[in-house]
Design a protein around this ligand. Structure first.
Ligand code: RFL
Ligand code: PHB
Length: 390
């Protein structure tokens, strides 16, 4: 089997890359370990930056996002019993859309299928060969048969647990990591929205976030011990914690409903450089992870893919390799900006068990600052909507 670009992973990065390349007349094949049903039902991110919305729209996969996603012009910060709004649109001229990642994936898979794109779901034993040569390949098993996909380039879009990153020689790689001593307990709730906009809450008991999925389904998170078990949390205990952390003295209350999904995720910051070696390029979570507080993970994956698409188009249409050569360096500028923002938001909003009372007051002082100084609010808003210069 032969194609121009071999893509490992059908997450947002892999599927979007495949579709954008198709629109520019470049062939690709996507190899995915999980089934189509699995990728289309795994609950993950929810916030799309304006740039992500624009890219999806330009790729012709934005119709459902526009119709069913919720356009938000701001968000709320809750702390010290009060709520203060960050007006994203007034501060930056931009907005965000809340639209679930698995819905984006459904739209992308449908577009690939409609365009007769080649996707293999349920592949096993993916292995990368010859990235130091001009003729790399990917071997894999599908339906019990062994295959080899020959290609010009291999793109590793296989997330944080994939095989691609390890194909870059360890001696050339430098990993940067910070593991946080807390996780997020996520719930899906059948209820009307608690608020018109997302609420990020800082409380001495820990962080909480109120997000949404649709007029009838809400997504909420609260900081927990990453080693805790969902079985330790009855619905009553969860609601008591959400009320304690989010309800304001000004009378706003979290709206309860039937909890139909519970999960716990760990939190870490991670960057692996370089993101390229020979004929292999990494995009998305395969190369970097952010804690979800800044809502950047999916958006960074899309930003990598934009840079990589332009570089591959320059190669195939103009026989230029300068953009490919500069891919890692270009992508890392935005990645480090997002890493810093996500880390900053995480540290300002979460309870650190070993923080001194002095450090806890500093968190509140910082929240007072970003909600009263226009300059500070603007810096936060620009980062949140992804409009900072990099
Ligand atoms: P993905 O989505 O992990 O996709 C990788 C795909 O590769 C497959 N794979 C393989 N396939 C073949 N062979 C192998 N050897 C393979 N190994 C792996 C996997 O099965 C998978 O389908 O990576 P990608 O495309 O880079 O996309 C990254 C995003 O999914 C991720 O950054 C976001 O979900 C992060 N994230 C958020 N990002 C946002 O922009 N906004 C948010 O609001 C947001 N909230 C979140 C989040 C992530 C969360 N979790 C679960 C960590 C909230 C949470 C709770
Ligand atoms: C979500 O809706 O899942 C979500 C929203 C904002 C975040 C993280 C996750 O910062």
């Amino acid at each position: 089997m032969r194609t121009q670009v071999g893509i490992i992973g059908a997450g947002p990065a892999g599927l979007l890359l495949s579709h954008l390349l198709h629109l520019r007349g470049i062939e690709s094949v996507v190899l995915e370990m999980r089934s189509r049903e699995q990728i289309e039902s795994t609950i993950r991110a929810g916030v799309l930056e304006q740039g992500t919305m624009d890219t999806l729209t330009e790729a012709g996969v934005g119709a459902r996002m526009k119709a069913e996603g919720a356009l938000h012009h701001g968000f709320e910060l809750a702390f010290e019993g009060k709520r203060r709004r960050i007006d994203l649109t007034e501060l930056t001229g931009k907005a965000i859309t809340v639209y679930a990642q698995h819905e984006v994936l459904k739209d992308l898979v449908a577009a690939r299928v409609a365009a007769d794109g080649t996707l293999f779901f349920g592949v096993k034993n993916t292995a990368i060969h010859g990235i130091d040569t001009d003729a790399p390949s990917i071997s894999f098993e599908h339906d019990g048969e062994q295959h080899t996909l020959h290609c010009d380039y291999v793109i590793g879009c296989d997330g944080s647990q994939g095989v691609s990153r390890a194909a870059i020689p360890a001696a050339l790689r430098q990993d940067y990591e910070r593991v946080f001593p807390f996780g997020w307990f996520g719930i899906l709730v059948e209820a009307p929205p608690s608020s018109d906009e997302l609420i990020y809450a800082r409380h001495d008991r820990g962080f909480a976030l109120v997000s949404t999925r649709s007029p009838n389904v809400q997504r909420m998170y609260f900081q927990c011990d990453p080693k805790d078990s969902v079985d330790n949390w009855s619905d009553d205990r969860i609601w008591a914690e959400m009320h304690a952390r989010v309800d304001s003295e000004e009378g706003h209350q979290v709206v309860e409903g039937k909890i139909f999904q519970k999960n716990i995720v760990g939190m870490r910051s991670f960057v692996s450089t370089t993101m390229q070696h020979g004929r292999l390029f990494l995009a998305g979570d395969a190369a970097h992870i952010v804690p979800p507080t800044g809502a950047k993970g999916l958006n960074l994956a899309v930003a990598d893919v934009r840079v990589l698409t332009a570089a591959l188009v320059a190669f195939y249409k103009e026989n230029r390799t300068d953009l490919l050569d500069g891919y890692s360096e270009t992508a890392l500028r935005r990645i480090w900006r997002a890493e810093h923002f996500s880390y900053w938001m995480t540290c300002m909003m979460h309870r650190l068990d070993d923080a001194t009372p002095f450090e806890r007051r500093l968190q509140v002082a910082e929240l007072e600052h970003v909600t009263t100084s226009r300059a500070a609010a603007m810096a936060m808003a620009e980062n949140y909507v992804g409009a900072v210069a990099v």
